[in-house]
Design a protein around this ligand. Structure first.
Ligand SMILES: Nc1ncnc2c1ncn2[C@@H]1O[C@H](COP(=O)(O)OP(=O)(O)O)[C@@H](O)[C@H]1O
Ligand SMILES: [Mg+2]
Length: 250
């Protein structure tokens, strides 16, 4: 058994598209016949609700919490999508109090035992143990951002954390990519900011930008990726379906 490739979708800012990107990455890899497990570290459990089709799943304990406790069995659930899930729930908040981020290095062995081709971590919009652990366990960090000043601030802080994990040796081989999401192409300010980010991080910039598109909320509400959803233009479908290649994980 070879160990899974791990991808952590992260940004301290909420509402930038972490969950949307994490789920689409999972769908894209699943359609390539890969064995995929999504781990939802967020107490809101949005990704869990989308995959399990159970809107109240975040009231149910278990799921992702087991990763942090060596005496607990890790039991991913199967979902209709074929993607397995370690769900997120309200009690995950406890992890931030009970576990230290430094424990994550030791807990990495438990992640290595997950028998999948890919493990994808969706993370909460806060810098706590759950977000840090998922970054310590990641081969690749995917950092979505909106091209708007307040979102870019959160993104810069997130990138500083990533660089610190690399430089301190906590995850020296961590690779990372920035994705521009919810881009409104008609906005001059947004295109200028996008260019600025591209120039600042040329090696880490995902060339496909992801435009603002209402269908993205609608398609996930019915458990479908955007490329299967009605009236999706070809170039939009292609950008989302190409996430594994854009992130360099395929
Ligand atoms: N490219 C996009 N176009 C339009 N809506 C989007 C796009 N990406 C995400 N959304 C919507 O924006 C909201 C926040 O996205 P979400 O993925 O939940 O962000 P996060 O996980 O970072 O909080 C959701 O309602 C989602 O459907
Ligand atoms: Mg989310």
């Amino acid at each position: 058994m070879s160990r899974a490739t791990t991808v952590t979708v992260t940004n301290q800012k909420g509402g930038v598209g972490k969950t949307t990107i994490g789920i689409h990455l999972a769908f894209a890899l699943k359609q390539m016949d890969k064995r995929v497990c999504l781990v939802d570290m967020d107490t809101q459990g949005n990704a869990s609700a989308i995959l399990s089709r159970d809107p109240r799943i975040n009231m149910r304990p278990g799921g992702a919490e087991a990763l942090f406790h060596e005496d607990k069995e890790i039991k991913p659930m199967q979902t209709p999508s074929g993607i397995d899930l370690l769900h997120g729930h309200l009690e995950l908040e406890r992890v931030d109090k009970e576990v230290a981020a430094s424990d994550a290095i030791k807990l990495r062995e438990r992640i290595n035992e997950l028998d999948y081709d890919y493990v994808i971590f969706d993370t909460p919009p806060s810098l706590g143990v759950r977000q840090l652990s998922a970054l310590i366990w990641a081969d690749v960090a995917a950092v979505p951002t909106k091209p708007a000043p307040m979102d870019v601030q959160g993104t810069a802080a997130t990138i500083r954390v990533i660089k610190r994990l690399i430089e301190s040796g906590q995850n020296p081989n961590l690779r990372w990519k920035i994705l521009i999401n919810m881009y409104v192409t008609t906005s001059k300010a947004q295109s200028e900011l996008t260019e600025k980010i591209r120039t600042q991080f040329p090696a880490n910039f995902v060339q496909f930008t992801f435009g603002q598109r209402v269908g993205l909320s609608d398609c996930l509400a019915v458990g479908q990726p955007i490329w299967e959803y009605r009236n999706t233009p070809r170039e939009v479908a292609d950008a989302w379906r190409s996430l594994p290649a854009s992130l360099g994980v395929i």
